[in-house]
Design a binder for this molecule. Sequence first.
Ligand SMILES: [Zn+2]
Length: 306
Amino acid sequence: MLPLIDRHTHLEGSLDPAWVRTEAERRGRPVPPTLEAFWAGEAQPFSSFIEAFLFGAALLDGREAVREAVLAVARRTRRSGGSGFDLWASPSFLVSHLGQISLDEFWRGVEAGLTEAADLGLRGCVVVDAVNHFGPRHGQAVLDLILPDLPPFVRGFSTGGLEGYPFRDWAPVFDRARAAGLRIAAHAGENGPGSNVREAVLEGGVERIIHGLRADEAIFQLLAERRIPVDVCPSSNRALVAEVQEHPLPRMLRAGVRCALGTDDPGVIPCDLGTEAAAARAMGLDEAALATLRRNGGEDAWCLLG
Ligand SMILES: [Zn+2]
C-alpha cells in the first residue's frame, strides 16, 4: 500500500478549532468573525484569510501550544488514513515579528509534537516559510534566525503570503538556504500570475511549487519536463481563489505534472485528505488518477527523505 502523505499543511493554519476556542476564551480574546465564517464554510477574500490565520498564530506563544499544534496536524492526518505530512511553519513570524516565543522554545515544541506523531506511526518534517511580500531582506533575516542552529527535522525553505516580489529577487536567499542543505519551495501562481510559476523555477531555482493554479499549458509542460512537484489543495483554492472557476488539476495531470494533494490550512478552511481526494474525484478524475496523486505524494514527500 502506498503511503498517504499530506503534502502541504501550515502549522499556524492547522490548529484544532476546539483548541482555538478554548485557548481564545482562556485569554479573553474573542474568535474573529472572519474565522467563524471560514469554519462555517464561507468563501472569503485572501485578506480575511490572513486575519483568521494570524489569530491562530497569536495563540502559539509557548512550547506546549506549539506541541499541540503539531499534534493537531498528526491527528487529522491519521484520522484520514495518512501516514505523514510536510509541515510549513513560520518561526520568524512568531519569534521576531510577534516576539511571543523564543526560537528554542518553538523548536522544542515542534520536536515534542513530531516525537508524539512518530509514536502514532506518522512521519513529519518542517519547511520554514518566509513571507514573499515582506521581501528578500526579510528572507535573509529568516535565514539569519534559523541557520545557526537548524534542527534536523527542518528539510526545506519556502515563500508564502502574497506574491509581491519577483522570484529572481529571491534567488540569492534561496541559494543561501540551498547551500545550508535545505530544499526550496514556493507558493506561486496562487494570488499572483501564472508566469510567477515559470519565474520561480527558471529564475528563482525553486524545486517545488505550491498551488500553481494560474499557470498555463506551456508552464505545465515545463513543470512536467523538470519533474517539479506541485502541491495542490482544492478546498483552500476554492475558498481563497474564486477567480479560478475550474480547477486546473485534471489538466496538470494530463500534462504529466507531478501533482499531489495537501490540506493547506485545515484549521481555518475545514478539510482533510479525505475531502481533498473527494474534491479531486468531483473534478472528474478516475481512480487511476487518484492513485497517481497518492504515489506522487509519497515519492516527492520531504518527510519521507532520509
Ligand atoms: Zn500554503
